[in-house]
Design a protein around this ligand. Structure first.
Ligand code: 9Z3
Length: 360
């Protein structure tokens, strides 16, 4: 990285993939995806690619520091469950260690599963606490291992999560693949989209990952940890190419594509979502504002202009170019059985995807 001013570089999707390195794991990842798609096609299932979590932008080749994008992966992991429930096969392309379908209910930070387990054995008194720890030089605990049970209050919820999880595993309808950097994300998205193109209209893309807008090309990364002590650090980043464009026009023009638009200023949400549709020509943009994203979203989609209606006097009334469809749920949800907005989002998208498959 240098402090000298330079001409900003513009990357098209094409020049990006020509100059930025292919991740070493890509070939193996795509083999797994290929097999998964073949299996689901034989079972005549629709497949949705769900992207989830935030991408990083490394600042060094031997990476110590990186920029990150906000997302816990809640939207993607929750949505994946509702797609699976509806009979879709899901490719869950997520940020490593972000939330995942099913296990998200027992996130280590908000709902650690160890709290729900009871152990049928005498616990050591506080004066002999060290005897309770497994990683000492003591011999292993006595056999048979004491009974471990789930606390009564948690049993019903755990049962329903576990039952769905086991059913999905038995059916083999969930395939996981992970990324960390924006580079890994872009390479994976391109390769998976191309693989999915064999599905034609039965392929859906649900792009909920929070993707970096700026990055540092590999050629400009410093090899080692950037040293402090030289005063300020200025980093000039290049723009990540707009990847929706080739996805819509080249990689799978038949696919049903849903992207997300995140804003913190709600007043620009709709114009920005419309701008994305105008630019890329896909099917739906889901607008969400950071602070209300769990309770309110808006689906923006193009209106077929042939729908323009004639008034009785023969005057042609031009239709708005884009339709808004708001989904809102109560922000005060019971903690034991909260309604999730993703349930309603997916219900609406499934109707639209069906219409898309039928060609309307
Ligand atoms: C979203 O807007 C997601 O809904 C969230 C989900 C990231 C807000 P969480 O996982 O958050 O529930 O914590 N994703 C898309 C964000 C994004 O990067 N959009 C780009 C943009 O706004 C377009 S691809 O320009």
């Amino acid at each position: 990285m240098s402090n000298t001013t330079r001409e900003p570089q513009t990357f098209s999707a094409e020049s990006y993939f020509e100059t930025q390195p292919q991740p070493p794991s890509l070939v193996a990842d795509i083999e797994g995806i290929h097999e998964f798609i073949q299996r689901q096609r034989q079972a005549n299932r629709s497949i949705v690619l769900v992207t989830s979590g935030g991408t990083t932008v490394p600042l060094e080749l031997n990476v110590v520091r990186f920029l990150d994008n906000f997302s816990a992966g809640t939207r993607g992991a929750t949505s994946a469950e509702y797609f699976l429930k509806a009979g879709y096969a899901v490719i869950f392309m997520h940020r490593q260690f972000s939330l995942q379908p099913f296990s998200r209910h027992y996130s280590h930070s908000t709902n650690p599963f160890l709290n729900f387990l009871d152990i049928d054995a005498a616990l050591p008194s506080s004066s002999t606490i060290d005897s309770a720890f497994p990683y000492s030089n003591d011999p292993p605990p006595t056999t048979p291992t004491p009974q471990i049970t789930v606390t009564t209050a948690e049993r019903a919820k755990l049962f329903s999560v576990l039952r769905a999880y086991k059913a999905v595993h038995a059916q083999g309808t969930l395939h996981m693949v992970s990324f960390v950097t924006v580079n890994e994300y872009l390479w994976l998205l391109r390769a998976i989209s191309r693989e999915m193109s064999v599905l034609g209209r039965k392929a859906m893309y649900y792009l909920a990952a929070a993707v970096s807008d700026f990055f540092l090309p590999q050629q400009r990364l410093s090899e080692h940890k950037i040293q402090s002590g030289k005063g300020n650090l200025s980093i000039e980043m290049d723009q990540v190419p707009k990847i929706l464009k080739p996805l819509v026009s080249e990689w799978n023009p038949e696919g049903f594509i849903v992207s997300f638009k995140l804003e913190t200023d709600e007043t620009i949400l709709i114009p920005k979502a419309q701008q994305a549709l105008e630019r890329y020509g896909h099917q739906v943009v889901i607008g969400n504002d950071l602070h209300h994203r769990k309770y309110r979203v808006v689906l923006i989609s193009p209106v077929a202009q042939a729908d323009a209606t004639k008034k009785p006097d023969g005057v042609l009334v031009s239709q708005p170019k884009y339709a808004e469809f708001w989904i809102e749920i109560d922000s005060h949800q019971p903690s034991n059985h909260p309604k999730e907005i993703e349930e309603d989002i997916i219900e609406e998208l499934l109707k639209r995807h069906n219409a898309w498959i039928e060609g309307s």
